[in-house]
Design a protein around this ligand. Structure first.
Ligand code: KG4
Ligand code: ZN
Length: 391
């Protein structure tokens, strides 16, 4: 069954990719004043954002198109992989066309096509990867398949031109890890969450307290009027050495406090909710700060900066905690603009270019990888399950 779905999807995507090639190749008009640097077309489709971007090797983002799928999944309470894959297949050609048009270039001007080839939802990854392969075959432009997390990890090189090595704290709805980045394909995973990612914990907390989705901004807004010290919420794994984190116990502790209040009072007052949000946020910020401190210590001297990416990096309390850790370590704290911290294709274009220059080549046999740890040598993680780490 899975094979049938996969094959059907591949055929559909190949057709769409061909249509996309014909449209973008034939219709778009070039801008002769474009920069002389090589241009890279990035394609991202690993979760529920369909994205395309044109980036110059001179670190200029000429376009970055991100088409969300929010409305399609809302009523299911999470991303439905098959719906996401179909939506990617329908939107990829439009996203690519729009990215080329906004950048003012034709496909012929592109030097390299770079697509996410994992990790992520297999149908979505296949859609983007097949599109990249079809465009490459049709035009003769080389393509590379890159790791989505490498895109996040190399973003500060695109936005701020920082030098290697640096520490990346990736905190999003799906991921949470500390990565020492020493080159375009040199990543050392120092630790990460063994269960929920922080964004996921924010989202679940918001749901427990009857707040909207996405939960992060809603919890942060409530926390503004709350007392972070009213409830004694745990700081999981701070008593253990190393950089691993756990956020699911924190969420359970919060649920217990909520239930105690509800039993005693018959419900929650507005202030209760604000205090719970403030307590939760401050616990996450404390854990992230302390574990980041340890990750920096594990890196030793020579790091050029502390960098942050992922949607949770938008949280002011978490961000200022990390900034304090950077000041203590005498390092700049670099957080790319939010649109480049969250999923986008500019980061995939850039990662592809850096890796291509370092010698990475991928041919048409490259397979999409739903699981693809950035650091293949990292020791098995707690909570990874039988199939090993996802990312
Ligand atoms: O990186 P991202 O945009 O998407 C993926 O995970 O792929 O991260 C989204 C996550 C959501 O869980 C959202 O609740 C969280 O980032 N988030 C926040 C804030 N803004 C977004 N978490 C805490 N505070 C925020 N202000
Ligand atoms: Zn991501």
């Amino acid at each position: 069954m899975a094979l049938l779905i996969g094959c059907g999807l591949k055929a559909r995507v190949a057709k769409i990719a061909l249509r996309c090639y014909l449209r973008v190749y034939v219709q778009t008009t070039g801008n002769p004043l474009m920069s002389q640097s090589p241009l890279i077309l990035g394609i991202e489709s690993s979760c529920d954002d369909t994205a395309a971007s044109v980036v110059s090797a001179g670190r200029e983002i000429l376009s970055s198109v991100v088409k969300g799928q929010g409305g399609l999944h809302d009523r299911y309470g999470g991303v439905v992989p098959e719906i996401a894959a179909r939506a990617h297949a329908e939107r990829l050609d439009h996203a690519i066309e729009q990215a080329l048009e906004t950048a003012g270039v034709t496909l012929q001007k592109i030097t390299l096509i770079s697509a996410t080839s994992g990790p992520g939802l297999i149908g979505g990854v296949l859609s983007g990867l097949m599109t990249a392969k079809a465009l490459s075959v049709a035009t003769g432009i080389p393509y590379v398949g890159v790791n989505h997390l490498a895109g996040h990890a190399l973003t500060p090189r695109l936005t701020d031109g920082i030098d290697y090595p640096y520490l990346m704290v990736l905190v999003s709805g799906g991921h949470c890890q500390f990565i020492a980045v020493s080159g375009p394909e040199e990543f050392q995973r120092l630790g990460g969450t063994i269960d929920d990612a922080p964004g996921e914990a924010f989202d679940k907390t918001a749901r427990l307290l009857g707040l909207g989705y996405p939960g992060g901004p809603a919890v942060e807004a409530e926390a503004k009027t709350g007392d972070p010290n009213r409830f004694d919420l745990p700081r999981p794994l701070l008593d253990r050495p190393g950089c691993d984190m756990s956020f699911s116990g924190l969420k359970t502790a919060l649920r217990r406090q909520r239930d105690l209040l509800a039993d005693a009072q018959g419900g929650l007052y507005r202030q209760d909710r604000a205090d719970l949000c403030a307590g939760f946020q401050s616990a996450v910020a404390d854990v992230l700060s302390e574990k980041t401190r340890r990750a920096l210590n594990a890196c030793g001297s020579g790091m050029t900066s502390l960098t942050v990416a992922g949607g949770v990096a938008a949280n002011a309390a978490i961000r200022s905690g990390l900034e304090r850790v950077a000041v203590e370590a005498n390092l700049p704290c670099i957080a790319p603009p939010l649109a480049l911290c969250t999923d986008n294709a500019a980061m995939i274009a850039w990662a592809g270019w850096e890796q291509y220059q370092a010698g990475r080549r991928t041919d048409l046999t490259l397979a999409a990888r739903p699981r693809w740890p950035l650091d293949a040598l990292a020791s098995p993680q707690l909570g990874s399950g039988k199939k090993g780490a996802k990312a």
